[in-house]
Write a protein that binds this ligand. Structure first.
Ligand code: DTR
Length: 341
């Protein structure tokens, strides 16, 4: 009797295991890879919009073999510890604004020289090509997944900037190449990552900022900055990269999907940014009556004239670091012409 009941209960246990495994979703199917993707600014901003798009594409194109958990708003890694955090494996994938570490990314930051990149689409393709051409050692410890840039920068301020005299000593937030431009125009560039700018503007630490115009809407800067001076000068370059060991552990077909997305994602982000800037301009005018100040051709010539020494200075500094600075600048010029066609 005892042994018959034991057999029945064994059968019941086996039966329920079958039932449960048939109905309940498994937490991790064999062969599924889960990746974490860290980003520093808030979710509605363009670096995060492109992060979501890339993640969806990878998930779809790998047929669900890869699952990506995204962490916007610095919830996993902040702006300044993004690159080293990914190298250390605190996140599998990260996105950084290279202007925050000008010396570290000297080759790719050459895209922030005042050389006339007309929009984000061209900027993104130029940046990616420059990276491929020089394969900078700065990236030797990571796998680069894509790169992209902002649209050209403009002055957004609480006070109107109608000429160089209005810029004199004006505290404006900017980083990297953009900060050098402000400096040449006599303003006082204050460096800080983008997310810190919200508070700095509210507290009056800065009187405005120098960035691409989509932030007027995405960070609601139009509420405090009722003036924008149209300079369309330089771009800010960004990189998206993966921990190298993680990359090496991925199946070949997954790596292929990500490699195939590299240029496509740069173009997608460029187009998204260029369209979104137009949308933000219209929104700022309509919602906060922001005045967009245009410089006369004469002013533009004068302002541009002041930027000429910047590229020579970059060449000197980069050469001192052992970089082929003249050829970087020449290649940059050719790439801008090629992608602007
Ligand atoms: N101001 C630059 C670039 C930038 C432009 N839009 C955004 C949105 C979110 C973060 C950064 C940026 C910068 O701080 O890198």
């Amino acid at each position: 009797m005892k042994s018959r009941w034991t057999t029945i209960s064994k059968l019941m246990v086996i039966g329920s295991i079958f039932l449960i495994s048939a109905v309940a979703p498994l937490p991790a199917v064999a062969g599924t890879v889960t990746l974490s993707y860290a980003n520093f600014p808030p979710a509605p901003t363009f670096p995060c919009v492109q992060m979501e798009r890339w993640s969806k594409e990878v998930e779809n194109r790998t047929g669900g073999k890869v699952k990506i958990n995204t962490y916007p708003g610095g919830t996993l890694l902040g702006a300044k510890d993004m690159f080293d955090g990914v190298i250390a494996g605190q996140a599998d994938i990260g996105c950084t604004s290279m202007a925050y570490q000008p010396g570290r990314f000297m080759v790719t930051n050459a895209t922030s020289l005042p050389m006339g990149i007309p929009n984000s689409r061209v900027g993104s393709l130029v940046l990616l090509d420059l990276y491929k051409l020089y394969n900078p050692t700065a990236f030797s410890k990571v796998k680069v997944l894509t790169m992209f840039t902002t649209a050209p920068t403009n002055i957004m301020s609480k006070v109107p900037v109608r000429d160089l005299s209005d810029l004199k000593g004006l505290d404006l937030r900017a980083s990297g190449g953009a900060a050098r431009i402000l400096d040449a125009w006599g303003a006082n560039p204050v460096g800080m990552p983008m997310p810190a700018t919200v508070e700095a503007l509210q507290k009056g630490v800065v009187k405005g900022l120098y960035s691409s115009l989509e932030v007027m809407k995405d960070f609601k800067f139009a509420e405090t900055c009722r003036y924008a001076t149209v300079t369309n000068t330089v771009i800010y370059p960004f990189a998206v990269f993966m921990n190298k060991d993680k990359w090496n552990s991925l199946p070949k077909d997954v790596q292929q999907v990500m490699d195939d997305l590299m240029v496509e994602q740069a173009e997608w982000t460029g187009d998204y940014m260029d369209n979104h800037v137009q949308d933000a301009i219209a929104w700022s005018k309509k919602t906060y009556n922001v005045e967009f100040i245009e410089l006369s051709p004469r002013q533009t010539d004068r302002w541009n004239e002041l930027l000429k020494p910047i590229t020579d200075k970059y060449i000197q500094e980069a050469k001192a670091k052992g970089l082929p600075a003249t050829s970087i600048v020449n290649d940059l010029q050719e790439l801008i012409a090629k992608h602007s066609k």
